[in-house]
Design a protein around this ligand. Structure first.
Ligand SMILES: Nc1nc2c(c(=O)[nH]1)N[C@H]1C(S)=C(S)[C@@H](COP(=O)(O)OP(=O)(O)OC[C@H]3O[C@@H](n4cnc5c(=O)[nH]c(N)nc54)[C@H](O)[C@@H]3O)O[C@H]1N2
Ligand SMILES: Nc1nc2c(c(=O)[nH]1)N[C@H]1C(S)=C(S)[C@@H](COP(=O)(O)OP(=O)(O)OC[C@H]3O[C@@H](n4cnc5c(=O)[nH]c(N)nc54)[C@H](O)[C@@H]3O)O[C@H]1N2
Ligand SMILES: [Mo]
Length: 714
């Protein structure tokens, strides 16, 4: 028996991008484990992927092209050949193009796999040349990025490993223990050395339980808190004047602005006592180096963009950037010199091609958007919109349309694939080769293929090679092999790659970018921010082009990227659905629902796997004892969560960990595996936040009632 170990990388859209070792026996993967040599992975995987081989060999894998035989959504399919599938796509799309034009076809994708080859942009060149509608992908951190770029520019900021040198760590809307687990040891090390760890979250999460101080806050009010912290810092003269003078612009205007946010006023908005606000501000200013780690949830309400603007101003005001371990951590992805230009091929886009934001899929398919031409075909890969996009009711109606030709490339018959006309089999990470960035550490990774593809599954790169050939795109660009793509995926002339070779990377599986070591990494010690002024812009010069979306999320020429002007100073925008904004709505629907990430699922991936489902339990909703009592809800009781957009069924989990007025239903449960065939997305709105067209998943009001009572009321 031959046994080998193959070094690869976890494929998921997670900051940790673990180095993964696969044991292969006689061509079959028998186990995976974390690479002990990788300084961030440290030999451990998480509950999501530590049995990845079971995902690979699951009897539920889609291993051959499938064609629908029953009504839409019935899940009845027959096996066909790849040639038949491609011929069907050619015939259907040609007819659609003849009648409606190519923009009647909508590609839809995100980060089912995060590899530079098989991930975000793998289909873009094909669909750009085809002339399909452009998908604007503002799924994750788009509003946060717009705000961050406006304030300090596309900088990695600090090394996540340098948290071990921090003296004050604020995890702001970030559930590290579930969503960024491998960062925790660095935080714990700082904590052991006397650093204070603060968690700001409406929920006492696993992470909050490990913190020195948990500050519960009303959802969507974080900007007010950050502005009040700055108010205190200015009032009590805790400002690092030397840093502010040399390396920032707009301090005088910011000073005036934060005068509007005294702690007492903000206490009433946020629910955080004024004295706590003062303590937080004083400690953040004086315990240096101090750092804020922001999670994605800070962008997920009406004022999410301005929240990140305010948070990105904080460290400069008190000089946190002077030392390693100080500043703000968003996405260190900006350290990776990825050659997006050659991957995206925006040059292939015909000027004026229609753009559709991904959050609009439900209304677009359901015929509510007056689109000309209407969407007649949907091509989904690397995504499961029925579970990850809002307005689920409309999505189901849209996907059920008999005249919609839906093709889904998948590993499993997801909720979305269930509605497809054609399902195309996709490989898992063990069956493909890729090179990976990280948005949570500074190591480049190489994923070697561990086993041969199962059945007729193909990597996304091969899928688009086949589609290009089917449509006669004979430019050699569309025939590039994976190895050729890997060679051109990065800008090898960039100093960050100095000393790294592909051959060595294949051997070791990972390499740290050529950047200073964590203990010396303080790129903004003397300013050098990547903004137009080179300074931290309290007053943003980019505010004139305002609400822009990064080209990474929305391709095209420059004109696509600018937006309406916005206020150049950070400010608080109240949640859209809250008593203060809409009292009538709040009367009918008094509870603010949050749908953060689940501990055991990866977005909607693993929502069908036994180990992870066992860990997560059935779809639940966390509710405070007071709110449960008011509604005669008992622990474990089936409840209906509803608002005007829709409803879903869940099991009540009564817990003091959630503040009164807030309920929590984690993302990731599959619709078809849930009682009532609906998930939290049934109540979520498709409204955008203020910047970057970010979603507003923390800004939705609902009511919760026992299922029996809800049925009786109908
Ligand atoms: N286990 C697991 N890990 C994952 C993922 C997964 O699905 N599962 N997904 C990956 C992806 S794609 C991403 S983007 C990251 C995201 O990881 P995180 O940034 O941690 O995102 P969330 O879990 O959505 O939200 C974090 C916390 O914010 C809180 N929160 C919600 N609204 C507000 C608010 O208005 N204010 C404040 N202060 N807190 C709020 C929630 O209660 C939650 O505890 O995780 C990645 N890692
Ligand atoms: N309510 C609510 N909604 C959210 C969020 C939230 O916090 N709350 N988070 C948002 C965020 S941050 C994100 S990033 C998005 C995530 O949204 P998605 O990126 O769509 O995430 P997944 O649900 O994991 O869906 C990915 C699908 O791709 C498939 N897949 C995996 N690898 C491959 C492959 O190599 N090829 C192909 N063809 N398919 C593959 C998987 O089987 C899976 O079904 O969701 C967003 N939606
Ligand atoms: Mo995400």
């Amino acid at each position: 028996m031959s046994e080998t170990t193959i070094v690869g990388a976890c494929p998921h859209d997670c900051p940790d991008t673990c180095s993964m070792l696969t044991t292969v026996k006689d061509g079959r993967a028998v186990a995976v484990r974390g690479n002990p040599d990788h300084p961030f992975t440290r030999g451990g995987l998480c509950v999501k992927v530590n049995n990845y081989q079971e995902r690979v060999y699951s009897p539920d894998r889609v291993l051959h092209p499938l064609k629908r035989t029953g009504p839409k959504g019935s899940g009845r399919f027959e096996r066909i050949t790849w040639d038949e599938a491609l011929a069907e796509i050619k015939q259907r799309w040609t007819a659609i193009v003849d009648e409606y034009g190519p923009t009647a076809i909508l590609p839809y994708s995100y980060l089912g796999t995060e590899g530079i080859l098989n991930g975000l942009n793998v289909g873009d060149p094909f669909f750009n040349k085809f002339g399909a509608t452009i998908s604007e992908r503002t799924f994750c951190d788009s509003g946060s990025c717009t705000a961050y770029f406006m304030t300090i520019g596309p900088t990695p900021g600090l090394d996540p490993e340098s948290f071990r040198y921090s003296k004050y760590i604020v995890l702001w809307a970030c559930n590290t223990m579930s969503t960024n687990l491998h960062h925790w040891p660095f935080i714990a090390e700082a904590q052991a050395n006397g650093a204070k760890v603060v968690v700001i979250d409406p929920v006492r999460t696993r992470t909050a339980k490990k913190a020195d101080w948990h500050i519960p806050i009303r959802p969507g009010t974080d900007a007010a808190l950050a502005l009040a912290m700055m108010n205190v810092i200015v009032e009590e003269d805790l400002v690092d004047h030397d840093y502010v003078e040399k390396y920032t612009i707009g301090f005088d205007e910011l000073k005036q602005r934060v005068a509007d946010y005294p702690p007492e006023k903000v206490a009433a908005i946020t629910g955080v006592p004024a004295d706590d606000i003062r303590t937080l501000a004083r400690e953040f200013a004086t315990a240096q180096p101090s750092v804020v780690r922001i999670g994605v949830a800070v962008e997920r309400h009406a004022g999410g963009g301005q929240t990140v603007r305010a948070l990105a101003c904080l460290p400069a005001l008190v000089g946190s950037w002077r030392r390693p371990g100080g500043g703000i951590l968003q996405l260190p992805i900006w350290a990776f010199p990825i050659d997006w230009g050659s991957a995206l091929r925006p040059d292939l886009i015909a000027p004026g091609t229609r753009v559709l934001n991904q959050w609009r899929l439900g209304p677009a398919l359901a015929g509510e958007m007056d689109l000309d031409p209407p969407i007649q075909s949907l091509f989904v890969y690397n995504s499961n919109p029925l579970v990850v996009a809002p307005e689920q009711g409309k999505l189901v109606r849209g996907l059920a349309r008999e005249d919609l030709f839906t093709v889904v490339s998948e590993q499993f018959l997801t909720d979305t694939a269930q509605y497809a006309d054609l399902v195309l089999p996709a490989t898992t990470q063990l069956e493909q080769e890729d090179i990976m960035f990280s948005w949570g550490h500074l190591y480049l990774s190489y994923n070697n293929r561990a086993i041969d593809p199962l059945g007729e599954a193909v990597p996304n790169t091969e899928l688009f090679r086949r589609l290009a050939a089917t449509f006669g795109f004979d430019d050699p660009f569309f025939r590039r092999t994976d190895r050729e793509m890997i060679e051109t995926s990065l800008d090898w002339s960039n100093p960050a790659l100095e000393g790294i070779t592909l051959d060595a990377l294949r051997e070791t599986g990972f390499a740290r970018l050529n950047l200073p070591a964590a203990e010396d990494f303080a790129p903004h010690r003397e300013g050098n921010f990547l903004t137009p002024s080179g300074k931290c812009e309290f007053k943003a010069s980019m505010a004139e082009t305002g609400n822009f979306v990064l080209s990474l999320f929305r391709q095209g020429s420059e004109e696509f990227q600018s937006g309406e002007p916005v206020d150049p100073l950070p400010h608080y925008i109240p949640p859209r659905e809250a008593a203060a904004t809409d009292a009538a709505l709040a009367k009918r629907y008094p509870l603010n629902i949050l749908s953060p990430k689940s501990h055991a699922f990866m977005n909607s991936s693993y929502g069908n796997m036994a180990q992870q489902l066992h860990h997560a339990g059935e779809q639940g909703v966390l509710i405070s004892p007071a709110d449960a009592r008011d509604r005669n809800i008992g622990d474990g009781m089936p409840v209906l969560v509803s608002n005007d957009r829709g409803s879903f069924q869940a099991v009540a989990r009564i817990d003091e960990d959630v503040m009164p007025g807030v309920v929590v239903a984690p993302l990731g449960y599959w619709r078809k595996l849930s009682a009532g065939e609906a998930t939290v997305q049934a109540v979520n709105s498709g409204a955008y936040a203020d910047l970057g067209r970010a979603p507003t998943f923390s800004d939705n009001l609902v009511e919760v009632a026992p299922v029996a009572a809800a049925q009786a009321a109908e």
